[in-house]
Design a protein around this ligand. Structure first.
Ligand SMILES: *Cc1c(COP(=O)(O)O)cnc(C)c1O
Length: 523
C-alpha cells in the first residue's frame, strides 16, 4: 500500500500549514488515489462465483497458464477508486474550459434527455430498417440541417471525428481525381497555421504535403498559393475561420484559383461555431468540409470519442461520397448501403465505418439545432465571436496579441509569449492557471505564433464567468512579466506538481510492476 507514503510522520513536526503533509496524503477534499493494483490484491476476489463445472476445454491448448493477476476489489472500493479519479479531472461541467480550437461549450441536458430515450438509446445497427424508421428520420433531418446550414450538396454522416472526416473528404477528392484520370495529382497544399491533423490526413491518404505561407496578418498568402498551383496539385486544405482565430477573407478567390488549376478545396470546418447561421461554406467554393458535432453542435467531447464528424460535399464530389446514407423514399426512410450503377453515388469510394455513425451524437446534435432554431444558431456564432473579442480586448494590455491590431477576431483570441520576463514561458502561464482552478488554454498552437496561447471561451459563458477567467489570467500574466519565481514551480495546489511531460510522452511507463517483497529485494 502506498496510501500514506507521502503522509505525515511524527518526525515531520508541524510547520507551514499549507505544506504540511497529512497521514493519508489527502488534502481535505483533494484525495490521493493509488492504483487499483495497489488497493486490491490478486488473491482476493470482489465477487463470489460458484465453482464452474468441469467441462472439456475447447481452447486447443491455448488456455492461460498463469493467473491473470487482476486485483480483487469490492464494489464500494471500485466505485470509490473511479469516483476519486474522476474528481482529479477538469470538466466542462466544472468550469470554463478555454481550449482554443476545441470549442468546449456546455453540453445541454436537454440533449442528454433526448439521447437517452430508449427508442434512440437502445437501437441496434443490425435491426431491420422498418423497426428503426424514427432513428433514420433523425439522421435524415440532421443531414438536412447540415446541408442547409453549409449550402452544400450532400453530407456523409458516418465519420466519427473531425480527423476521420478529413480522411473522408480527402478520399473523396482522391476518388474524383482518379475517375478523371488525374491520379497523378499528388500534392496537397496546407497553410502553416493548420491543425496537425490536416497534413497527417493528406500524408496518410498518400499525398505529398506542401506548406502555404501566411501573410503578416495571419491569413493565407493568396499570391504565394496561386504561384504554387499547377498540374501536380490535387487540392488545398484550409481552415476557415483559421486557427489564428481569423476569417480567411480571400476564401472565394482561393477556391476559384484552385478550381481553375484543376484541384479541389477541402475546408477544415472545426471552427464552424464562429460562422454558423451567417456564412455558408458552399458559397465560398468549398468542395468538402467536416463539421465536428462535438464542437459546433454541443455534443460531448471524449477521450478519443465519442466524436462525430459528418462531411458535407459539393455537387462535384457527391458521387464519390462514402456509403451508407439515408434516403427518403415516399414516406419511408431507406438506408443506401451499396453502390448502384447509374445512381448519383456510383463512384462512392466505399465505407468509413462498419455501420452508420454515432447515433447518440446525432440525437444530441439535432436536439441542439431544434432547440435553437435558425435564429438561435445565428445568435450562437454572434455570441461566440463577441465573447472571444471581449477576452482579446480585456487582456491585450498584459499579453501580446500578434494579430490584435488587424481588427476583431472570430471565435478565439490568440496571444504570444512576447513580453514575459526573461526565462518565463507560455508553459509557466499555463501551469499558473491550473493553480487558479482553470484548465489551461491551448498552447504552442498555432505554430506560426511564438509561444502561442489560444483561448476560445465559446458562447455558453456568462460575462461574470469571463471576467473571473480574465482576472485569473491577468494575474498570472502579470506574475510572468514580473518574473515571479514562484510561478516557475506552479502548479502548487494540484494533486501533482510540475511533471516532465517530454519524458512522460517519450518514455511512458505503461506497465505496473508488483513491488518486490522486502526479503527478495535484499538478496
Ligand atoms: C478539433 C480540430 C480538428 C480535429 O477534430 P477531432 O474531432 O478532434 O478529430 C481538426 N482541425 C481543427 C482546426 C480542429 O480544431
Amino acid at each position: 500500500m502506498t496510501i500514506n507514503q507521502s503522509g505525515w510522520r511524527p518526525e515531520m513536526g508541524g510547520g507551514d500549514e499549507a505544506t504540511q503533509a497529512t497521514f493519508t496524503g489527502n488534502r481535505a477534499l483533494m484525495l490521493e488515489e493509488p492504483l487499483l493494483f495497489e488497493i486490491g490484491s490478486a488473491d482476493v476476489t470482489g465477487v463470489d462465483f460458484d465453482e464452474s463445472p468441469q467441462a472439456p476445454s475447447r481452447l486447443g491448448g491455448m488456455e492461460r497458464k498463469d493467473p491473470i493477476g487482476l486485483p480483487g476489489l469490492s464494489e464500494p472500493e471500485a466505485v470509490r477508486h473511479y469516483t476519486r479519479l474522476s474528481r482529479q479531472n477538469y470538466a466542462i461541467d466544472l468550469g470554463l474550459f478555454p481550449l482554443g480550437s476545441c470549442t468546449m461549450k456546455h453540453n445541454p441536458r436537454l440533449n442528454e434527455r433526448m439521447a437517452r430515450l430508449p427508442g434512440f438509446a437502445d437501437v441496434h445497427p443490425l435491426q431491420p430498417v422498418d423497426t428503426v424508421q424514427g432513428a433514420l428520420e433523425v439522421i435524415h433531418q440532421l443531414a438536412h440541417w447540415l446541408v442547409t446550414l453549409t449550402g452544400m450538396d450532400s453530407v456523409a454522416m458516418s465519420p466519427k471525428a473531425g480527423a476521420h472526416g478529413e480522411l473522408c473528404g480527402i478520399l473523396a477528392i482522391r476518388a474524383a481525381l482518379e475517375a478523371k484520370g488525374e491520379g497523378h495529382r499528388k500534392v496537397i497544399l496546407v497553410p502553416e497555421s493548420a491543425h496537425g491533423t490536416n497534413p497527417a490526413t493528406a500524408a496518410f491518404a498518400g499525398f505529398k504535403v506542401e506548406d502555404i505561407p501566411a501573410t503578416a496578418e495571419g491569413r493565407v498568402d493568396l499570391e504565394a498559393l496561386k504561384a504554387r498551383l499547377g498540374p501536380d496539385v490535387a487540392g488545398v486544405m484550409i481552415t476557415n475561420p483559421n486557427t489564428c482565430g481569423l476569417f480567411e477573407r480571400d476564401m472565394r478567390a482561393i477556391s476559384d484559383a484552385v478550381h481553375d488549376a484543376g484541384g479541389y478545396v477541402y475546408c477544415d470546418g472545426a471552427n464552424f461555431n464562429a460562422i454558423v447561421g451567417r456564412v455558408r461554406p458552399g458559397d465560398l467554393g468549398v468542395d468538402a468540409m467536416h463539421i465536428n458535432l462535438h464542437k459546433t453542435f454541443s455534443t460531448p467531447h471524449g477521450g478519443g470519442g465519442p466524436g462525430s464528424g459528418p462531411v458535407v460535399f459539393s455537387a462535384a464530389l457527391t458521387p464519390f461520397a462514402p456509403l451508407p446514407f439515408v434516403e427518403k423514399q415516399g414516406d419511408r426512410f431507406a438506408l443506401i448501403e451499396e453502390e448502384t450503377a447509374g445512381e448519383h453515388h456510383a463512384g462512392s469510394f466505399g465505407r468509413m465505418v462498419a455501420f452508420h455513425g454515432q447515433m447518440g451524437m446525432f440525437t444530441r446534435a439535432l436536439s441542439y439545432i431544434l432547440s435553437h432554431g435558425a435564429d438561435g444558431l445565428y445568435q450562437v456564432s454572434g455570441d461566440a465571436v463577441l465573447n472571444a473579442n471581449y477576452v482579446l480586448r480585456q487582456l491585450e494590455d498584459v499579453l501580446d496579441a500578434p494579430f490584435g491590431g488587424s481588427g476583431p477576431c472570430m471565435h478565439e483570441a490568440l496571444f504570444s509569449d512576447a513580453g514575459l520576463a526573461e526565462g518565463f514561458t507560455t508553459l509557466d502561464v499555463a501551469k499558473g492557471l491550473i493553480d487558479e482552478g482553470y484548465h489551461p488554454m491551448t498552447m504552442y498552437f498555432p505554430l506560426v505564433v511564438h509561444g502561442a496561447m489560444l483561448i476560445e471561451p465559446t458562447e455558453t459563458e456568462s460575462k461574470a464567468a469571463l471576467d473571473q477567467f480574465i482576472g485569473a489570467l491577468r494575474s498570472v500574466a502579470e506574475r510572468a512579466k514580473a518574473g515571479d519565481q514562484a510561478l516557475k514551480g506552479a502548479p502548487h495546489f494540484a494533486p501533482r506538481r510540475r511533471l516532465d511531460e517530454t519524458q512522460a510522452a517519450r518514455k511512458p511507463v505503461l506497465r505496473w510492476k508488483a513491488p518486490q517483497p522486502a526479503a527478495q529485494a535484499a538478496e
